[in-house]
Design a protein around this ligand. Structure first.
Ligand code: AMP
Ligand code: ZN
Length: 155
């Protein structure tokens, strides 16, 4: 649990470390407020995370300008990702808080390219109620590096 002022870097946060350049990422785009990079556990090729450069845990504690900056980059970023991956459809997925499925506690938007006829969710077998899980795969860094270059060149 962090007592830092919202917006200031959290030294224990993996996304703040990516922003600071202490951990590598396949960067697609950045501006003053926002960084976009490939998810290391993609649900589909081109699965991208868009994050504010300030450390805000969830969208509800973000300044309006920060949330607006994320919204502003969505059209051009999605166009480049769709073009590079040959997809025509995509999901924007966003979890706020651990009960909502948020694992990295620095707000982020998942931009997930989709291909017609695919269902990203897999059934989980068990005795309880039927559940569906998101089957993330491990990233292939060689392919991801080329894809990141291709997407960046389209922006
Ligand atoms: P969420 O469950 O919404 O918090 O999603 C967190 C996402 O962050 C997951 O899809 C992870 O694969 C992704 N992730 C975690 N660490 C990294 C990293 N170092 N680089 C890129 N993506 C990451
Ligand atoms: Zn952070």
């Amino acid at each position: 649990m962090s007592n830092l002022t919202p917006g200031t870097p959290d030294p224990s946060c993996i996304f703040c470390k990516i922003i600071a350049g202490q951990i590598p990422c396949h960067k697609l785009y950045e501006n003053e407020h926002v960084l976009a990079f490939l998810d290391v556990g993609p649900l589909s090729p081109g699965h991208t995370l868009i994050i504010p450069k300030g450390h805000y845990k969830t969208v509800d504690v973000m300044p309006e300008e920060t949330a607006a900056a994320i919204g502003l980059c969505l059209p051009k970023l999605s166009r480049a990702i769709l073009k590079a991956t040959g997809s025509t459809d995509w999901n924007l997925l966003q979890n706020n808080g651990e009960p909502a499925g948020q694992e990295v506690l620095h707000a982020h938007f998942h931009l997930i390219p989709r291909v017609k006829g695919t269902d990203l969710r897999e059934p989980i077998k068990g005795n309880g109620l039927p559940k569906r899980a998101w089957p993330a795969v491990e990233i292939d860094h060689v392919t991801a590096g080329k894809l990141a270059e291709q997407i960046s060149s389209l922006l």
